[in-house]
Each structure stands twice: as structure tokens, then as C-alpha cells.
Design a protein around this ligand. Structure first.
Ligand code: V47
Ligand code: SF4
Length: 389
């Protein structure tokens, strides 16, 4: 059990936050109304102080990261027209549509051949031609070729899609995929659970209660999962609290969630962004930090809160390490790969840069595996960026 948080009350100016801080320090649960009060506080620094105290009590100063590789086997998706926030999906005959063959998947995965990648994060569209056999064959081949690599694959929405096209239950699809090599599931597809918001931005997508249902089934089968929330589009703060409440309730029931990852909505290159006239205006730093901090405080039964630095920038993710975050998502590219390609890859950060970022925030970097077991905290053999103590 985590130690009681040591809250430095003198650094919290908002009396409402102080009152809630006393609740948290006493080990009392916050209600959804308390969560709303956290969101509405103008004392962002005080909110961070509180979230940091809770995080330190759970995870100390350690900040983890994993060495993973994303594989997106198909961008063909039946919800292409109704998930209006998505810029990735294509219809089967649309320009840019693709579905990898098994050889292409193995070719992408070959980057893992030198033993550095420890996790494949595999997600794609809801493709009518990517059914159970497609993924079973893929997972079996990946495990045969890269037995040391963990498979974190398929969102709840993809599991439900496979179940629908195969006329199977979620349970039976998950049992089959587990037997083929599925280890854990990512948290994508949650968006915002509120029915009104879903109607507007993700009509026809698996409902919030069904997303929770697929995760419950996975947890019952011993498949641990992550969860997410897409925020910063048309949702209200009440919608965000409804979403957090549903995540906390399932975690109370199963304990199967590994991490919570809020995802900041990006308005470029998607229909919703055009409709809202929001292009070029992503979420604000203020909102990103409070979203992470409120998650840390309300989700008192979660060990890990992850910031996705590709979405909110490495700079904000660094500051977020003082707002309740203990884990960073984003591909870590080792120096030799990094230099081999001769330039910054758009979706990777060198290990040295990541270490600089974590240490620069006064935290202790640690490489972890997919179950959050620490693999190493010493990086002496790695190249070190200038300015790292
Ligand atoms: O479900 C789609 C989001 C998610 C946009 O579990 C967008 O470890 C912002 O879930 N702006 C997929 N976000 C990514 C995801 C994820 C990422 C990293 C780690 C893990 C994990 C999961 O991306 C989708 C959707 O919510 N998304 N479009 C957009 N325009
Ligand atoms: Fe995009 Fe996923 Fe929606 Fe398909 S289901 S349109 S891939 S967000």
C-alpha cells in the first residue's frame, strides 16, 4: 500500500484545493463534485503540488519509459466518415488506403531484431478484411520471430469489430487472441464516454459502456489493459468527470488497468477541427496539466499516469512530471538508430534526450517492461547529452 501523501499545504493558495488536499492526505476518496472543483480551480500550481504529493507517495521520484515500436497494420476503417476527429482512417478505395500483408508486418517488426524493442503496440482501423485469422496469424508470426517482444495490441473497439464480423463474443475473440500471443491491450478508442459527445464526434462507435465491457472481459481473462480519454474537443468538464468515474469504477471491480493516458485532441487534418474552426489551435498547456493532475487525484486506484509527449510536446511532458505523471509514452530511439537515419525521426526521441528531460525535472529515469517492472535505472553505457549531470 502507498504511504500517505505528504502535502505541502503552504504551496496551495486556493482554499477549495486545500480542503480537498486534506481529504486526499487523510486517504478519503474524492467525489465527482470534488473532481469538478479541481478542474475549476484557478490555482494550477496548487493542483500540481497536490497531484505531485500523491504521485510521490505511490512512485517516489522514479519516472518510467518503455522501448516500444508502433505497428499500424491497416488504416482501412468502416467508421472513416463518422469518427470526425480522426485523420488516419481511409475507405478501402480511397487514396492512401493500405492493409499490410504478413510479410510487411514482419518487415516493420524487423527493427526489433537487434533486441532493443521490448513491446509492439499494434493498432489499426476497423477493416472488414482484417478479421480474427488476420490477427491470429500476425501475432503467432511475431511471437515466433521475436519471442522476447511483448504484444500490446488491439483496442476495445477493434476487439468488438472482430467479434461482430466473426459473429463471436468479445470473450471468445480475446481467448483466441491471447492464445495467439496477445499480452496486453492499449487504451485507445475510449474517446469521451458521454453519449452526447459520442453522437457528435464518434457516431456509431462502440459506446462507453461497451468499451468498459470489453476491458472488463479482458481483465477477467487476465489480460491487463490501459485506458485513455480524448479531451479538448466538444466535451464539458462534467463529461470528463463521467469518464473518469467509469474508469475508476472498473478499476475498483477488476484492478486490471495498468495506466491512464489522457490524449489531447489535435484539430489539424480532421473534419472536426475544420468544423470547429480550430485548425492550428490544439489544447492549452494549462488544460493539459490540469487534465493529468485531476486524473492522478481522482483515479486513486491507479498506479500509473502517462503523458504522451508526441501529443503535448516533450517540454510540457517534462513539466507534467510535477503534475502527477510518472510515465512517459513515445518511441525512444537509441543513438545508433537515431544517427543511422541521419536526422530526427518525427516520432522518436533519443534515449539521451529522454534522460535529459527526466533528470532535468529532478526525477530518476527508469526503463520498464510492459508490466511496469523496472529493467534498469543505470544508463552509463549510453551516450549522454550535454548538460546531464
Ligand atoms: O483512440 C485520434 C486518439 C487514440 C486524434 O494504451 C487522437 O499505451 C488526438 O490510444 N487528436 C489512439 N488524439 C492512441 C492511443 C494510445 C496512444 C499511446 C499509448 C496508448 C497506450 C494508447 O488516439 C484514439 C483516439 O482517442 N486520436 N485522433 C486527434 N485528432
Ligand atoms: Fe479512426 Fe479508430 Fe475511428 Fe477508425 S475507429 S475512424 S481508425 S478513430
Amino acid at each position: 500500500m502507498a504511504a500517505a501523501p505528504q502535502v505541502p499545504f503552504d504551496r496551495i493558495h486556493d482554499p477549495v484545493l486545500r480542503r480537498l488536499g486534506e481529504q486526499v492526505a487523510a486517504g478519503n476518496r474524492l467525489t465527482a463534485a470534488d473532481g469538478l472543483a479541481l478542474y475549476r480551480s484557478a490555482d494550477l500550481t496548487g493542483l500540481g503540488v497536490l497531484a505531485d504529493a500523491v504521485n510521490r507517495a505511490k512512485n517516489g521520484d522514479v519516472v518510467t519509459f518503455a522501448s516500444n515500436q508502433h505497428i499500424n497494420p491497416t488504416n482501412i476503417c468502416v467508421l472513416r466518415k463518422t469518427c470526425v476527429f480522426c485523420g488516419y482512417a481511409r475507405l478501402p478505395k480511397e487514396e492512401g488506403a493500405y492493409r499490410y500483408t504478413l510479410d510487411q508486418v514482419l518487415g516493420e517488426a524487423a527493427h526489433a531484431a537487434d533486441g532493443m524493442t521490448r513491446e509492439f503496440h499494434i493498432v489499426g482501423g476497423l477493416d472488414m478484411k482484417a478479421g480474427l485469422a488476420y490477427y491470429e496469424e500476425m501475432f503467432r508470426a511475431l511471437k515466433a520471430n521475436f519471442p522476447h517482444v511483448h504484444i500490446k495490441g488491439l483496442t476495445a473497439v477493434e476487439i468488438a469489430h472482430i467479434a461482430r464480423i466473426e459473429k463471436m463474443s468479445w470473450h471468445d475473440v480475446l481467448v483466441a487472441l491471447k492464445a495467439a500471443g496477445l499480452d496486453t491491450m492499449p487504451g485507445g478508442g475510449a474517446e469521451t464516454f458521454s453519449a452526447a459527445v459520442r453522437d457528435r464526434i464518434a457516431d456509431k462507435k462502440l459506446a462507453g459502456a461497451e468499451y468498459i465491457g470489453v476491458h472488463r472481459t479482458a481483465h477477467e481473462l487476465g489480460i491487463r489493459t490501459n485506458c485513455t480519454m480524448l479531451y479538448g474537443h466538444v466535451e464539458t468538464l462534467e463529461d470528463r468527470m463521467e469518464h473518469l468515474q467509469a474508469l475508476r469504477d472498473l478499476q475498483d471491480e477488476t484492478g486490471g488497468f495498468l495506466a491512464y493516458i489522457p490524449l489531447a485532441y489535435h484539430p489539424d487534418d480532421n473534419e472536426l477541427g475544420k468544423e470547429l474552426g480550430r485548425q492550428g489551435t490544439a489544447t492549452t498547456g494549462w488544460d493539459d496539466l490540469r487534465q493529468l493532475a485531476v486524473g492522478r487525484l481522482f483515479l486513486d486506484n491507479f498506479q500509473h499516469v502517462k503523458s504522451h509527449w508526441i501529443m503535448v510536446t516533450p517540454f510540457l511532458s517534462q513539466v507534467a512530471l510535477h503534475y502527477g505523471v510518472n510515465d512517459l509514452e513515445g518511441t525512444v530511439v537509441r543513438e545508433k538508430i537515431y544517427h543511422a537515419v541521419g536526422a530526427h525521426t518525427p516520432q522518436g526521441m533519443s534515449l539521451a534526450a529522454l534522460l535529459t528531460l527526466i533528470r532535468g525535472a529532478g526525477k530518476v529515469p527508469a526503463e520498464r517492461d510492459s508490466f511496469y517492472r523496472i529493467l534498469r535505472t543505470s544508463f552509463d553505457a549510453e551516450p549522454v547529452a550535454a548538460g546531464v549531470a
